[in-house]
Write a protein that binds this ligand. Structure first.
Ligand code: 5AD
Length: 348
């Protein structure tokens, strides 16, 4: 099949076979794939890129995921937890800079009960004109409902891999089925649901195809993926990305083609992976960019993996430089909250 008709077929009627075929196309077709993806994104999202300010509220974590640099047993991590007041103040500051969404992210820190998180969200909503996304791990359906009632608009919880076997190997004490159940609960609570996986966590393209297809079947509002980066503080310190780098970028393009409605960020891990990595994802597939607005003194200790860019940049600079970057690539910076368009997409 000619590349254009293969891509059109993938767009109209995505199947695992088609995803696999596109993943395995020769590198000389890469430009065509990325161009197709960019056209889908531009058509559906009107060339608008939404900026979301990330606040890394705590690097405490009860888990010990094999790849993650803030796992419970990682040594040499300076642990911190922002106070409720600091978090709210930081969200108000992000809003004053121009952000219309703040994303509160943390390790799975038992200090942050649903009650505490709910109170923080309520207070942010009282003081700032922002949508709030949480990314703080697994809670029960009732707790997600409470968070929704407290004003939480969106929730990010990656499934990390669709392989049950690899999931249990890499996430000591955690179960894949519970992860998926949590995602269903988030969805059922009425919160806009985001998930995704680590590209390269499984070493073969058949499993990668399964990961991509799981994103599609979960019917997600937001899809966040990034390449796995070796972290020296973990047991995966010698990890080597198992594919050509193009596979990571192509994964994002395929995701865009099969989930045109989804909010897809160009994640920071791409910058650690490849020079100008985030910009490449922005050129091809993403419609969301997530600068870091965590106060510098905390941010330096939130190392899921060794970061290569922006770690010592102030929040103000990261907003301005991101806006400039977006506009220099011919995009428009989103002015609104940038809520999910999934329902509208299916209605039209
Ligand atoms: N490399 C890339 N991404 C990582 N994450 C955690 N550790 C790493 C790593 N070493 C990702 C996980 C998690 C998200 C917040 O960060 O996918 O869900």
């Amino acid at each position: 099949m000619k590349t254009q008709s293969l891509l059109m077929e993938l767009y109209k009627n995505p199947t695992a076979e088609l995803v696999y075929s596109v993943l395995t196309l020769d590198e000389r077709f890469s430009d065509e794939i990325h161009e197709f993806s960019a056209n889908v994104r531009n058509k559906v999202h009107d060339r608008v890129i939404h900026l979301r300010g990330i606040i890394e509220i705590s690097n405490y974590c009860i888990h010990n995921c094999s790849y993650c640099g803030i796992g419970r047993e990682c040594s040499g991590v300076n642990r911190y937890r922002m106070s409720e007041g600091e978090i709210i103040e930081n969200a108000v500051y992000a809003n004053a800079l121009g952000y219309k969404t703040v994303v509160l992210q943390s390790g799975e820190d038992s200090y942050f009960s649903a009650e505490t998180l709910g109170r923080i969200v309520q207070n942010i909503k009282k003081k700032a004109d922002v949508a709030v996304t949480l990314s703080c791990g697994e809670y029960s359906l009732d707790e997600y409902r409470f968070l929704h009632q407290s004003g939480c608009d969106r929730y990010l919880l990656r499934f990390e891999t669709s392989s049950e076997e690899i999931y249990s190997k890499m996430h000591e004490g955690q179960k894949f089925q519970e992860r998926i159940q949590s995602l269903h609960s988030i969805y059922e609570s009425g919160i806009q649901t985001g998930s995704g996986f680590l590209i390269g966590i499984t070493p073969d393209l058949v499993s990668l195809t399964d990961d991509i297809m799981l994103c599609r079947s979960l019917d997600l509002d937001m899809i966040g993926c990034g390449p796995l980066i070796a972290d020296p503080a973990t047991s995966m310190k010698d990890f080597i990305f198992p594919f050509e780098k193009e596979i990571a970028f192509r994964t994002m393009a395929i995701m865009r083609i099969i989930c045109p409605w989804a909010h897809i960020p160009a994640t920071t891990a791409f910058d650690a992976f490849s020079p100008q990595g985030r910009v490449k994802v922005l050129d091809s597939a993403a419609n969301v960019f997530m600068p870091n607005v965590t106060p510098l003194k905390f941010k330096l200790n939130y190392n899921l993996y060794p970061k290569k860019t922006s770690v010592d940049e102030s929040a103000e600079l990261s907003f301005e430089s991101s806006k400039k970057l977006i506009e220099s690539r011919g995009f428009i910076t989103g002015q609104g909250y940038g809520h999910s368009i999934r329902k509208g997409y299916f209605q039209s």
